[in-house]
Design a protein around this ligand. Structure first.
Ligand code: CO
Length: 497
């Protein structure tokens, strides 16, 4: 009976939470600009309701009872209770004063960041970011941690991830990937000029829809729209929205953002709706979520078999631009590796240097070893060291990301974890799905999706990221899989011996 009461409460909280998500989706897609003021108020009111309901003492009592009598529950129920109790205890650690101060600091910090980036003036941002970092250090004390203060923050995005493990991964990135990218830079470069011809919007849109259908993204349980920054949002497994953007002089932008969000969308559509509102009905972590988008975007969508399947269709949409381009040429052009300043525009290899730099900075800030005023200098020195480029100004350097201005410290590593998990999962899929890439080459994506559904999607949060990785691949996360994938693929593309 107590479990039923728990489930009812969580379902109600989810109903409000997903209504907030719907308002958020609308805000990014169709809301007229004058609607912004009251929309922010509506979202704040509902968010307050979620917080009130979730930190309700009655819920705390129910959780405690259930946790003390685990024999009355089955394994799935036990795991739901463990997750919710952990979240409940975490929420309870925040004092009202802290929450209010954080919320005020966040809005000031975000505004100063926008201005600073526009005017290329870090000094406008520095005092606010300094306050934010001090608060985040205080937050690590509130939340508590065993070894490293950063652990307390990263756990919110990637439960179970610890500095001790991340240090090993990023050491591998530094020692193995930096050298390999230098070899690529020294090799003969490929041409991708044809990607930047004129590609009319409506035809790109239609091609994107074709790609999503081919992935078996369910349009009866979702839809695609246009937004400034592509994203995926879900209101339940039967209503999952993706967005994309289209640039008429850059074919790459739509294609891979569309496949990327499609990968996120497939994960959400594959979660068990019998567990609606409960942890087991949700994704495991940001890293595992990102593994699903990047597996489709990079391992599949930037692979040669995929373009052997899809080049004829793409040529039908854009015969003038692409009639003389082979699938091999298109494949090479979609995998150009070159160091750049902007993280979101980076290729799938140098991308991880951008994350490595942010990880080192965040850790040093939380340790108190790095001061905000020294950030630009530190940032530029790392870009020189890892990417070999001179950052032209702070707007294209330390001011480029929104994350810190929102107080999101510990978020960045999940992007790299996503790619590394993706490579490891894909290596296993290739072993377990009979002639997987042959099937992709014939345009049949279903065997891959069914494998992902069975191994990953349908479990929701039943396993932790580490448990899932061991269960699916036989070992914990290991950077060697990403490195093997990178070497095999790019040695071919760039003729590296
Ligand atoms: Co993503």
């Amino acid at each position: 009976m107590k479990y039923k009461a728990y489930k009812e409460r969580l379902t109600k909280i989810a109903d409000i939470g997903y209504s907030i998500a719907l308002l958020g989706w609308d805000q990014e897609t169709y809301m007229p600009e004058k609607g912004a003021g009251f929309r922010a108020q509506q979202i704040a009111t509902l968010s307050g309701l979620v917080h009130e309901n979730f930190t309700d003492k009655e819920l705390g009592k129910i959780l405690k009872k259930l946790d003390e009598n685990p024999k009355k529950l089955n394994e799935k129920q036990r795991r739901n209770i463990t997750h919710t109790l952990k979240d409940y205890k975490r929420q309870k650690k925040y004092t009202r004063d802290f929450v209010e101060l954080l919320s005020r600091t966040t809005s000031e910090c975000f505004q100063s960041w926008q201005k600073a980036r526009k005017e290329n003036n870090f000094k406008l941002y520095a005092p606010h970011l300094t306050k934010m970092i001090a608060l985040k250090r205080k937050e690590t004390d509130l939340l508590g941690y065993k070894k490293h203060p950063y652990d307390a923050l990263v756990d919110q995005y990637e439960p179970g991830a610890r500095v001790a493990d991340l240090d090993v991964l990023f050491k591998d990135v530094r020692e193995q990937l930096v050298g390999f990218v230098k070899k690529i830079a020294a090799a003969k470069q490929n041409d991708d000029k044809f990607m930047y011809l004129h590609y009319p919007k409506d035809k790109q849109w239609d091609f994107g829809i074709d790609l999503l259908k081919q992935m078996h993204y369910d349009f009866a349980a979702g839809r695609q729209d246009i937004s400034a920054h592509p994203f995926t949002t879900s209101f339940n497994a039967k209503d999952v929205r993706v967005t994309t953007r289209i640039s008429e002089d850059n074919l790459k932008s739509m294609i891979w953002s569309c496949i990327h969000e499609g990968g996120h969308g497939l994960y959400e559509q594959g979660l068990p709706d019998s567990e609606y509102g409960l942890p087991l009905g949700e994704a495991i972590s940001l890293g595992i979520h990102e593994s699903q988008s990047r597996l489709w975007e990079n391992m599949v969508g930037r692979g040669l078999p995929y373009w052997k399947a899809n080049m004829p269709l793409l040529q039908k949409y854009f015969p003038e631009n692409l009639k003389n381009i082979s699938a091999e040429q298109f494949y090479k052009a979609s995998n150009i590796v070159t160091p750049s300043f902007i993280r979101t525009e980076a290729d799938e290899l140098t991308y991880h240097f951008h994350i490595l730099i942010r990880y080192e900075i965040e850790k040093a800030l939380m340790e108190g070893k790095l001061q905000v005023k020294d950030l630009p200098e530190y940032w530029n020195a790392r870009y020189k060291e890892y990417l070999g480029i001179k950052v032209p100004n702070d707007a294209e350097g330390v001011l480029q990301d929104i994350h810190w201005s929102h107080g999101s410290i510990g978020y960045f590593p999940t992007y790299s974890l996503g790619s590394f998990y993706a490579a490891q999962f894909y290596a296993t899929a290739k072993k377990e799905v009979k002639s997987l890439e042959g099937k992709i080459e014939s345009g049949n994506m279903l065997p891959l999706l069914e494998w992902l559904r069975e191994k990953i999607h349908k479990h929701g949060k039943y396993y932790s990221a580490e448990e899932l990785c061991k269960k699916v691949t036989g070992e914990k996360l290991n950077f060697a899989h990403f490195m093997n994938y990178a070497k095999e693929k790019y040695s071919g593309i760039y003729n590296i011996k």
